[in-house]
Design a protein around this ligand. Structure first.
Ligand SMILES: Cc1cc2nc3c(=O)[nH]c(=O)nc-3n(C[C@H](O)[C@H](O)[C@H](O)COP(=O)(O)O)c2cc1C
Length: 349
């Protein structure tokens, strides 16, 4: 008799709230800048459905909740009727393959300090500090965007609270220099994010809400002097809302730190959070399996590897070689090249 090999931890089922996931390999949110004039395009239906599996969780790319929320060119929006309608066939294409997909997020700023560097070919306009009386409107933009996402057919929304986006700019003490009730103490800096969580939970139900956080990461100079205190404060506050999941980016994704050893860890937050915990950042097959085995997360989100391997769960199952990602086409606007033309396994052998 051939002894049965135990299933790969990443390929074991998981129940996230009311959703039965058939495996633990999640598509991380990936901005691809192919939604011309902020309208999702038909080619996104192919891109996402290529990455869909029965019972697999896909997180859509960062999506603008209003006209003022746009951070990059050709990112999708979800504040107009036209955008909501354009999302529908994309969500349908994924659902037809049995996949699940949330989304969410926004820029303006907590500050008017500009970032201190420029990247070649990219100009960063100095931000405008939101007035206290403008904040309820922004919270409401998120609420409406969440409702629109449900109308478009998404199973839920992921609030983009990480990686230097607006919510992160409020939470991090190296950006937030406000003196009103949204600045200063940890509680004050987290108020904006929690108001958004509350508004969305009340609008669509806690079981359809997730949030992405990156307390340790310092993209776009959005860093914090005490990431663990921030992460812990947030997960403990989130517990009160009973949201479906918390999705955290590993400290190793800090700028310039990807390949160095790290003493900081997401474990304290994992332990303090009551519901599903998703980890992301620098995972491969082995590291992902280890994280599940050691119970450091319930699900693992993959960015670059999933971008370049539409059939990533299959490849992990077979321990097959992976396509390499091409950084040059991450953010180009072609509807096919570097987007839907990464080969499936059967095309490569
Ligand atoms: C092309 C590209 C676009 C990304 N866009 C987003 C985004 O829209 N929102 C977000 O939270 N993270 C974004 N990220 C970060 C990824 O979600 C992920 O956290 C990161 O790539 C680390 O995971 P990995 O090592 O599996 O790639 C992006 C990453 C890449 C490579």
């Amino acid at each position: 008799m051939v002894p049965e090999t135990p299933p790969l931890p990443l390929l074991t089922p998981f129940k996230m709230g009311k959703y039965n996931l058939s495996h633990r390999i999640v598509l991380a949110p990936l901005t691809r800048q192919r939604s011309y004039d902020n309208v999702p395009q038909p080619h996104a239906a192919l891109y996402y459905s290529q990455r869909a599996t029965k019972g697999g969780l896909l997180i859509a790319e960062a999506t603008d909740v209003s006209k003022t929320a746009q951070g990059f060119l050709h990112t999708p929006g979800i504040w107009t009727k036209e955008q909501v309608e354009a999302w529908k066939p994309i969500v349908d294409a994924v659902n037809a393959k049995g996949g699940l997909q949330p989304d969410g997020q926004a820029p303006v700023s907590s500050t008017d300090k500009p970032i201190s560097f420029q990247l070649e070919g990219m100009e960063f306009t100095p931000p405008r500090r939101l007035r206290t009386d403008e904040i309820p409107q922004i919270v409401d933009d998120f609420r409406i965007a969440a409702r629109n996402a449900i109308e478009a057919g998404f199973h839920g929304v992921e609030i983009h609270g990480g990686l230097g986006y607006l919510i992160d700019q409020f939470m991090k003490d190296q950006v937030n220099d406000r003196t009103d009730q949204y600045g200063g103490s940890l509680e004050n800096r987290c108020r904006f994010s929690l108001e958004i969580v509350e508004a969305i939970v009340n609008e669509i139900g806690s079981d359809k809400v997730g949030i992405r956080l990156s307390p340790h990461v310092n993209y776009m100079e959005s860093g914090d002097s005490d990431p663990e205190a921030l992460g812990l404060y947030m997960v403990k506050s989130l517990n009160k809302y009973n949201i479906a999941y918390c999705h955290m980016v590993e400290p190793r994704m800090k700028i310039g730190a990807e390949n160095t050893k790290f003493s900081e860890s997401l474990l304290p937050m994992r332990k303090a959070f009551n519901n599903t915990f998703i980890v992301a950042g620098g995972y491969d097959r082995e590291e992902g399996n280890k994280a599940i085995e050691e119970n450091r997360g319930d699900l693992v989100a993959y960015g670059r590897l999933f971008l370049a391997n539409p059939d990533l769960p299959k490849r992990f199952e077979l321990d097959a070689p992976l396509n390499e990602y091409n950084r040059e086409t991450f953010y180009t606007h072609d509807p096919v090249v570097g987007y839907t033309d990464y080969p499936f396994l059967e095309e490569t052998i």
